[in-house]
Design a protein around this ligand. Structure first.
Ligand SMILES: *Cc1c(COP(=O)(O)O)cnc(C)c1O
Length: 237
């Protein structure tokens, strides 16, 4: 088994154990494999192990990988590409044209552009609203106060389907303290659902805190390092 296949197995076991520990049904948490900075060969190794949904942060890098992997399928399913990085206005068209999901919608204007630019021959773009749950000035996302108004406005856009909320809490090593921000996102999610929005996705949890996120209701975890290894951001020679 390749390293990547073995790591995927380990991550799936962690997810299963966390799901069972939380008393949640088996299979209620999806794995998004975050392949940013890794090439098409790494993605291909994950495909061989049955993984078919991938998260990317950089538009140009992602488009190159999509082209290299065009036509690949897993059990007859085409690959599913999720944009999870900060999204500037000048990149929305490429994202609307090439991705299946966007987790990092962090203002209404970006959602409006994605909806206007989504090609009519494609299904609606699946989106999550990013919440700045730790209140860090440098992190993107709407504040918890802003969530209801922005979520309802996004849900009304024609070419998007609002699926839920996404958050990246401030890194916290102590597992006991990892849960509070996830619990706060879950509370916002429950409020939106009680208000009538048909949401089914809580995108939260990464390599270092997936157990805490699953314990608090995550339905999709975004895992990079634990599958592909440490990322190297140094410029390529
Ligand atoms: C890079 C990234 C991840 C993956 O983080 P790991 O700690 O490597 O698992 C998840 N979500 C977002 C938004 C990211 O940018």
């Amino acid at each position: 088994m390749s390293n990547i296949a073995a790591h995927l197995d380990d991550v799936l076991s962690r997810i299963s154990r966390a799901t069972a520990d939380a008393g949640r049904p088996a299979g209620s948490v999806r794995l998004l494999a975050v392949s940013k900075t890794f090439g098409a060969e790494a993605v291909r190794a994950a495909l061989g192990a049955g993984q078919w949904a991938f998260g990317e942060n950089y538009v140009q890098e992602a488009l190159e990988k999509m082209a290299a992997l065009a036509g690949e399928t897993v059990d007859g399913k085409p690959l599913e590409w999720h944009f999870i990085g900060p999204l500037q206005s000048n990149k929305t068209r490429a994202v609307a044209e090439h991705f299946d999901w966007v987790h990092s919608v962090d203002r209404l204007k970006i959602a409006q552009r994605l909806s206007a630019q989504r090609p009519v021959n494609l299904p609606p773009l699946q989106v999550c609203l990013q919440v700045n749950i730790s209140g860090e000035a440098s992190k993107s996302g709407v504040t918890p106060d802003e969530v209801p108004a922005v979520a309802h406005a996004i849900a009304a856009l024609p070419n998007l389907t609002l699926r839920g909320l996404m958050a990246i809490p401030e890194p916290e090593d102590d597992p006991a303290r990892q849960r509070a921000p996830f619990r706060a996102v879950r509370a916002l999610f429950d409020t939106l659902r009680a208000d009538g929005l048909a949401l089914d996705t809580l995108s939260m949890g990464m390599s270092a805190d997936l157990e805490a996120a699953v314990a608090e209701g995550a339905t999709m975890v975004r895992i990079g390092t634990a599958i592909f290894g440490a990322r190297d951001y140094s410029p390529r020679a």
